[in-house]
Design a protein around this ligand. Structure first.
Ligand code: FMN
Length: 200
């Protein structure tokens, strides 16, 4: 049995292009793997708080010494990490907002990067602990930036996922969505064709 974790990050809820592509991938996957189970974490609808000093302080306080509030912060982070641990395939909807990733997705990343839990430092450098997983990222943009220095997302997301051990990462782009209706249709059609190939 495969477990998929679908992470949506759009502020557009049901009208999101990246979440829709992620949905289509999950549907295509399920059509081919009847026993697949799916966990959905929507950080666009249920935003993740910024990692401030208080929240980070909870991570680095010994379990026995944590306050009730710190325990809640760690329990929230643990729940996010548990979903990742259970997942074989991570399906990430990645909108571009103001040349970067959605701030709620950054906050999610900040809550899953935990020393000794999802990565550790060794004599040879950091080692990611979330191993043996595949990630498929659906990157949607109003403009076209893939392969240019203005695409700040691809390298960052690939590096971050690699840092926690997720090194098998495939990006599917739907770009130029704001350029014209024709450009939008062409980009989404191309992404859908890639979905069929990836889910096969
Ligand atoms: C607040 C905001 C900022 C945006 N910034 C960018 C941008 O910097 N570059 C870009 O190409 N598109 C930008 N867009 C367009 C989105 O990338 C596009 O609407 C895409 O479909 C977003 O994915 P979503 O529909 O899953 O939210 C922005 C849209 C919004 C709402």
């Amino acid at each position: 049995m495969t477990t998929l974790l679908q992470i949506n990050a759009s502020l557009f809820a049901d009208a999101s292009q990246s979440s829709r592509l992620a949905d289509e991938f999950v549907t295509a996957w399920r059509a081919r793997h009847a026993d697949a189970s799916v966990i959905v974490r929507d950080v666009g609808r249920n935003t993740v708080p910024h990692l401030d000093g208080e929240r980070f302080g909870a991570f680095v306080t010994d379990a026995a010494a944590r306050t009730e509030v710190q325990n809640e912060v760690v329990a929230f982070s643990d729940a996010l990490i548990d979903e990742l641990r259970r997942a074989d395939v991570i399906v990430l909807g990645l909108p571009m907002y103001n040349f970067g990733i959605p701030s709620t997705l950054k906050a999610y990343f900040d809550h899953i990067a935990r020393a000794g839990v999802t990565f550790r430092y060794t004599a040879d450098g950091p080692e990611g602990l979330l191993k043996g997983k595949k990630a498929v990222v659906f990157a949607t943009r109003g403009g076209r930036y893939a392969g240019t220095p203005l695409d700040t997302q691809t390298e960052f997301v690939r590096n971050f996922l690699g840092f926690v051990g997720i090194t098998d990462v495939e990006f599917v782009y739907a770009e130029g969505l704001a350029i014209s209706p024709d450009a939008k249709t062409a980009a989404l059609t191309q992404a859908q064709q890639t979905i069929e190939r990836l889910a096969a």
